[in-house]
Every structure is written in C-alpha cells, then in structure tokens.
Design a binder for this molecule. Structure first.
Ligand code: GCU
Length: 353
C-alpha cells in the first residue's frame, strides 16, 4: 500500500545517498535553510529578553506553584512584552516540562488541561501566540514591530515569529534549576510552529505535533480535493509564510523538499504526529507518509525510527514504539485529553530511559 501511495504522491527520494550520520549532518543544515528560505522565512536575530516574574495565588489544590513570567524584548527604542505562565508541580526537582503554544491566554484553557498534566507529573510553560504577534497580515504589532521595516514588512512569516518566542522560552526553561527535560507541543497552526521550532532548536527531547496538516507535518505533494494545499493555505493565511512560498502554489512538484524533511531535522530526538480521523483537511495519509519517509534518518543514529504496519493505522491504533510516532484518534480537529495522554505516556518513557 505504501509504495502505491508514494507513487501517486510522486515524492522524489530527496534523502537518497544519505547513508551515514556524517553525510546527514552535513546535509541537515542545508535542508533547514531551504525551509527557512522557501517557506517560513529566516527568524530574526536573537535578542535576550529581560525577565520579570509574578507569583499567582492559585496553586491547583496545593499541587503546584504558578508564576507568570514576563519576557520583554527591546530593539531600536521599541519594546514588547509577552506574558507566559509557568506552572510546576510543588517542590520537585528535575521536573519534565511541556512548552505549550496556546491559542488562548487563559489558564487552564480549552486545549490545556492543567490538572491532568500536573497529575501526570509534568510542569508546563504556556503562552498565547497572539500575545507574540497577531494572527493576521499586520506586522507592525507585537514582536514583529521590532523587526519590520518602515513599511511594516518583515522578511519572515508569522510562524517564524511564534517559533522565535518558543526558542526564547526554551532559553528561560534551561536557566530554571527545577526544570528537567522539555517537550514542545502545539496544535494545528501551532503544531506547524512546534515542528519548525524543534527543527531549529535541538534542546527539545520530544516534539508533539497535533493535527498540523498542510505546511506542517503533512506531505505537500499529491493532495486530494478535500485536503488543504499550498494555494488554499496561502489564500487565507499568506502572512504565515515568506514570499518565496507563493512560487509553489499549484506547483508542489517543484518544491526542493517536502514536509517529511522538516520532521527529519528533529532526529535523533523523538517526534509525535497526531491525527484525527475526521480531519481530512489536515490529510492524515500525508502526515503518516511523512513519518514513514523521515523514519530512516533515525536509523543512521542507531535508533528505531518509525515502526509501523504497511498502512495507515486504524482509528485509535497507535504507532508509538519508535522515536517517530503516529496516532490517529477518533473524532474531529481538536487537541483532546486523549491526545495529551498519548503524548504524556511517551514523555514518561523518555524520562525513564
Ligand atoms: C485552518 C488552516 C490550517 C490550520 C488550522 C488551525 O484550518 O487552514 O492550516 O492548521 O486552521 O490552526 O486550526
């Protein structure tokens, strides 16, 4: 089945000839730069933010400590502050933490079940992506305003800006004594962001990419009418990408890469791709094929890569044994408790290893 699908989707063997870790490591930076140049845009130069923290009274039945952490970035007389929420299990050391890219500034939120995560033994640092910069074509607000030119133009898209903030959060987590291993997690447009972040920053031991679909974990070539493709995504969300990406509208076959190669940049660390059976827009087959095609890169590191049957999993069947994981949940587009449990159980396995 897989061979036939690959043929239909005509994905060239971009990783052909890369048969040692050394060859791969030479190639990987080229591939990373291609994604930045052709799709998302290069992230701006790193600025060290000033950090201020403020303790919150709520402690989740005494289980946790909650601090709001404010990141202030300054450049050329302009500044912008992003509020984040750090919730850690009480008096623990070496706490595994999820960096969560959220749609809302609320805690808990629709997609962030704080108590379940604490009960799983994890802490979390969360921020609302629109507090970094708005999800529209205005580049003069938020962090983008520090980097745009006098006409309000940036050379990168909004996904890169959100990834920039995620990397700053990782810098902060690294400096906190109580924090141990860090996973990054995002859903949908923020799943795209989580994947890009981890492709650029190798400090995340686990990357959870939930229903990220087009321009995320899903292969761009060979989409069906029902799937989102580059034309559809750039018609509605042109500001997520850099200008070069528009060259590939209706010309997916001319892309010098496909999205599985973004996944491969995460190797040898663990990456989990989540799909929902009714989320046809995100293209489950394309997300599964990405895992399948990227998996061999992990083998160059003596790891297992993607362990699967020669077919898409059926609903609620999981391929979770390797470092590349795929699960297909029942239901619609959402980051559910079910997904969180799948991600948490893998994270537990990584910690205990
Ligand atoms: C839209 C968009 C997707 C995106 C999703 C989301 O459906 O077309 O690409 O993943 O929004 O972020 O919820």
């Amino acid at each position: 089945m897989i061979k036939k699908e690959l043929l239909r989707r005509s994905i060239p063997d971009f990783l052909d000839g890369i048969d040692t870790k050394e060859k791969w490591e030479k190639k990987r930076n080229e591939i990373r730069d291609l994604f930045l140049k052709e799709e998302y845009g290069f992230l701006p130069e790193k600025i060290k933010p000033t950090i201020k923290t403020e303790k919150q009274g709520i402690n989740f039945a005494g289980k946790a400590e909650w601090e709001s952490v404010f990141f202030t970035f300054e450049k050329n007389g302009k500044s912008h502050t992003v509020r984040t929420e750090l919730i850690l299990p009480k008096s623990k050391d070496n706490v595994p933490v999820f960096l969560f890219l959220d749609f809302e500034a609320k805690v808990p939120s629709k997609y962030l079940p704080v108590e379940e995560i604490l009960d799983g033994g994890f802490g979390m640092l969360a921020f609302c992506y629109q507090d970094v910069t708005t999800d529209n074509g205005d580049f003069t607000n938020g962090l983008c305003s520090l980097f745009c030119d006098e006409n309000g133009k940036c050379t990168f898209g909004k996904i890169s800006m959100w990834a920039y903030m995620a990397i700053a959060c990782m810098d902060y987590l690294e400096a906190r004594n109580e924090v141990g291993k860090v996973a990054i997690i995002g859903h949908s447009r923020l799943g795209k962001t989580a994947l890009l972040t981890s492709a650029l920053d190798n400090r995340f031991c686990l990357t959870c990419v939930n229903e990220s679909g087009c321009s995320g974990a899903s292969i761009s070539r060979g989409k069906t009418e029902q799937n989102e493709n580059i034309k559809k995504i750039t018609d509605t969300f042109p500001f997520w990408f850099c200008e070069n990406y528009f060259k590939y509208i209706d010309k997916e076959n001319t892309l010098p890469f496909d999205q599985h190669m973004l996944l491969s940049l995460v190797a040898p660390r663990s990456v989990m791709i989540g799909g929902a059976i009714l989320d046809v827009w995100a293209d489950n087959e394309g997300q599964f094929l990405s895992c399948y095609l990227a998996g061999d890169i992990w083998k160059l590191y003596g790891k297992r890569g993607f362990i699967c049957e020669n077919r898409l999993p059926s609903v609620n069947e999981h391929y979770l044994d390797g470092e590349v994981c795929f699960h297909l949940r029942d239901g619609e587009h959402f980051l559910s408790r079910y997904d969180w449990n799948v991600y948490m159980s893998k994270f537990k396995g990584i910690i205990n290893n």
